[in-house]
Structure formats: structure tokens, C-alpha cells
Design a protein. Structure first.
Length: 239
């Protein structure tokens, strides 16, 4: 098997005296969707924040393209090719949609492709094209989620991390979001997906893991975990 694009090895994270992750290990390969599923507060977002350089691990390591990155800050991580769409989106609400998108292309590598990236994002999200001059805070929840994903894509990521992209959205919009994820997958974008919508997350995933109270309890192919009786029993409310 080819070398992983990203690998997490024995990762442990504390918030003060409280431990959030215990010896978490997994790998993400180029071109795949890898989903992390689990209940609220299980440590899913902490994993993404650590990969993004926003949280420092107490032990373990993170490697990207064969190089260790867990000591790097968020700006350096983005420049290396990792983009995070955070839970809550993190948009600049008083700035226009276009301004938010342009801010996504701040790295030297992304700036040189800004016009091409904007064209790509507008093709993916045609609804945003007509809202370019609208303040992000005035957009609907679904539009804001699409804008947040678009802004992350402006950085031309080698790894796109999505933290709860369907959270708080209407069912029809959730379907649209997952259609976009499927389109990005078909275009070869590598995606690390954290999602409480277990059915959708496992349905689209090549591989996935289950995290419970900061520990990974299962890893396997998405369709295998979706059919697993333990997973179905534990998360039946999400299916």
C-alpha cells in the first residue's frame, strides 16, 4: 500500500487536567474520504484541531507527506496543504462572501492560483456566485456552510478537514452538502470528515473509525462499519 498522506500516531491531548484523547492512531490516504464518527464530546473535533495546529498534543505525533508537523502552528499547517472547515464555520460575518473566499487564498502557494480557485469554487457552489457582494452574516445557514467549504478550498488543500458540516442544517441542505463532498471526492480531494450524521458519514467514507470518550474503538471500511451491529446499536438514533 502507498504511504499515507497523513498519519496520527499515539496522539494524546489534554485541556488543563482533563484528558481529551488517549493514544489515538489512524492514517489517511490520498484521494480517500476518511470519516471519524462518535457521539458529542467524544474527541472528534480535538483531533481535527490538533492536525490543524490549533491544539498541541501532550504526546504522540502527526505526520503529513512523511514529515512531522505536530509542532507547527496553524499558519504553517495551512501553507503545507491542510485546510479546516471548523464547526460553526468561523466566517467573517461583516465581510462579503467574496472577501471571505479571497482570505482563504492567503498562502503564497494559494495566491498564485486565486483566480483559478475562485472559478472552481463558483462552479461547485453556483448559488454563491450571485451572493458575492452579500455580507456572510446575512446568508442562510446552508449558504454559510458552502461559503466556509469554499473558503477552505481556496487554499488548494491536499487534505480538506470538515468538522460537522451538516450540523444545524435542514435535511435538504444536508443532502446538498454531502453531494458536494461526493463531488470533491470524485475530483480527487482527500477529505477527513468528522460528522454526527453517522449514516451519511459512513455511506460516503472509504474508511472510518469510531471514537468513544477519546479512544478509537473500531476502524474499518465505511460500508463495513455501517453494517456492523455494534455501530448500529450504539448510534441507532443517528441512523
Amino acid at each position: 500500500m502507498a504511504n499515507p498522506l497523513a498519519s496520527v500516531t499515539d496522539l494524546s491531548v489534554f485541556y488543563g487536567d482533563a484528558q481529551a484523547l488517549w493514544d489515538v492512531s489512524f492514517e489517511v490516504y490520498e484521494g480517500e474520504v476518511f470519516s471519524i464518527i462518535g457521539s458529542n464530546g467524544s474527541g472528534k473535533s480535538t483531533i481535527l484541531r490538533t492536525l490543524a495546529g490549533l491544539t498541541r498534543p501532550s504526546s504522540g505525533r502527526v505526520d503529513f507527506e512523511g514529515k512531522r508537523i505536530d509542532g507547527k502552528g496553524a499558519v504553517d499547517v495551512v501553507s503545507l496543504g491542510i485546510s479546516l472547515v471548523p464547526e460553526g464555520r468561523g466566517l467573517f460575518s461583516t465581510m462579503t462572501a467574496l472577501e471571505n473566499l479571497e482570505l482563504g487564498a492567503f498562502s503564497k502557494r494559494a495566491r498564485s492560483q486565486k483566480d483559478e480557485s475562485l472559478k472552481w469554487v463558483f462552479e461547485l457552489f453556483p448559488h454563491i456566485t450571485g451572493r458575492q457582494r452579500q455580507a456572510a452574516g446575512k446568508m442562510s445557514g446552508g449558504e454559510q456552510q458552502m461559503l466556509a467549504i469554499g473558503r477552505a478550498l481556496m487554499a488548494r488543500p491536499k487534505l480538506l478537514m470538515l468538522d460537522e458540516p451538516s450540523l444545524g442544517l435542514a435535511p435538504l441542505v444536508v443532502r446538498t452538502v454531502f453531494e458536494i463532498i461526493a463531488t470533491l471526492k470524485a475530483q480527487g480531494v482527500t477529505i477527513l470528515l468528522v460528522e454526527q450524521n453517522i449514516h451519511q458519514a459512513l455511506k460516503i467514507a472509504d474508511r472510518a473509525c469510531v471514537i468513544k470518550t477519546g479512544r478509537i474503538t473500531m476502524t474499518g471500511k465505511g460500508n463495513e462499519l455501517l453494517a456492523d451491529p455494534e455501530v448500529r446499536k450504539a448510534y441507532m438514533g443517528s441512523l
